[in-house]
Design a protein around this ligand. Structure first.
Ligand code: TYM
Length: 335
């Protein structure tokens, strides 16, 4: 059996929020600590599919790297780098643009959501964003990809691209068909203002999300103001249907307390939201305060962070270059 190789990416487009943390980065750390070979990427090429202020993109890349480190990723155990420093990503993405079908890309719901009504005016990069994502993963022959629920469709497309490339170029098993890891109670954390919408960096109201850089007072305020409903907390999971805000707050609590939704319902059933919100704020603060402090410390060491990304990029390049070279030969490119 092929060795387990984990790959995942995060866009450096602003502060990481609780959804990124619980749905992705916390899992990255667990996998790293479980001794898998892990590669984690700041996907700056994906970030520019929507225009970014160049100074802010640079700063956000530093800040998200600082957040990775503050959450527990270690350069001794994981490769941490930014995508644009490793050319295999764009080269392979072009090959995949010629393997993937327009019909496949037309089905991507995230493009439809992000492009909105003004689709004609979206960048071409936003449209073929998933083929670059496939290249990220397959350039390392990654076998496992931890992500939140919103990336599931992109992972399915990656699997289709791997299979079609292998078939088109008569190279069975050249690209492994990667497995998504979408597990646990936090694969889809919702907005604090609307339990039917995912927590996201692009939501205009900052009250809709908890950022890893929020101080304790902001965390308490945001949880206190989080939307709820007029009913008490039920005892059965089935009673959470049509109560998305209650389900979200209970789900966040369960994840942070390392327990199931059922155990959480048992703990709070019959009480009002005030009690849950108080306990949730305490848990959030005890989890995020040390991370927040560490991010601040690391931001004073910019040169150190830049060096981690440079070193990580070199290591990523060493792994991806021979795989790209083999793909080029399979396609028939002259050396
Ligand atoms: P991005 O930057 O939008 O999000 C980073 C990770 O956070 C997860 N996530 C969430 N999980 C739970 N609840 C939420 N509300 C929530 N919001 C975000 C995302 O699922 C993701 O795992 N296309 C990717 C980045 C990417 C990538 C890759 C991922 C590029 N190449 C290769 C894996 C493998 C993205 O935009 O993630």
């Amino acid at each position: 059996m092929a060795k387990k190789l984990v790959f995942s990416g995060v866009q450096p487009t602003g502060n990481l929020h609780l959804g990124n943390y619980l749905g992705a980065v916390k899992r990255f750390v667990e996998l790293q600590d479980a001794d898998a070979m892990c590669i984690y990427c700041l996907v700056d090429l994906h970030a520019i599919t929507n225009w970014q202020n160049p100074k802010e993109l640079r700063q956000n890349t530093i800040e998200v790297t600082a957040a990775f480190l503050a959450c527990g990723l270690r350069k001794e155990h994981s490769i941490i780098f930014n995508q644009s420093q490793v050319t295999a990503h764009t080269e392979l993405a072009w090959i995949f643009n010629c393997v993937a079908r327009i019909g496949w890309l037309n089905r991507m719901t995230q493009f439809k959501e992000k492009a909105g009504k003004n689709r004609e005016n979206a960048s071409l990069g936003l449209y073929c964003y998933p083929t670059l994502m496939a290249a990220d993963i397959l350039a390392y022959h990654a076998t496992h990809v931890p992500v939140g629920e919103d990336q599931k469709q992109h992972l399915e497309l990656t699997r289709d691209i791997a299979a079609k490339f292998n078939n088109d170029f008569n190279a069975p098993d050249f690209f492994p068909v990667p497995e998504p890891i979408i597990e646990g109670t936090a694969t889809r954390i919702m907005s604090l203002r609307d339990g039917t919408k995912k927590m996201s960096k692009s939501e205009t109201s900052d009250m809709s999300r908890i950022n890893l850089t929020d101080d304790n007072d902001s965390i308490r305020k945001k949880i206190q103001k989080a939307k709820t409903d007029p009913f008490e907390i039920p005892s059965e999971k089935e009673e959470l249907v049509d109560r998305p805000e209650a389900e979200n707050l209970l789900g966040i609590y369960a994840t942070l307390a390392n327990q199931s939704i059922e155990q959480t319902l048992e703990q709070f059933s019959g009480s009002d939201f005030k009690k849950l919100k108080g306990a949730l704020s305490d848990l959030l603060i005890s989890e995020l305060e040390p991370i927040n402090k560490e991010i601040k410390k690391l931001l004073d060491q910019e040169a150190y962070i830049v060096e981690i990304l440079r070193e990580g990029s070199e290591r990523a390049d060493q792994i991806s270059r021979p795989i790209l070279e083999e793909a080029r030969q399979l396609v028939g490119f002259l050396k």
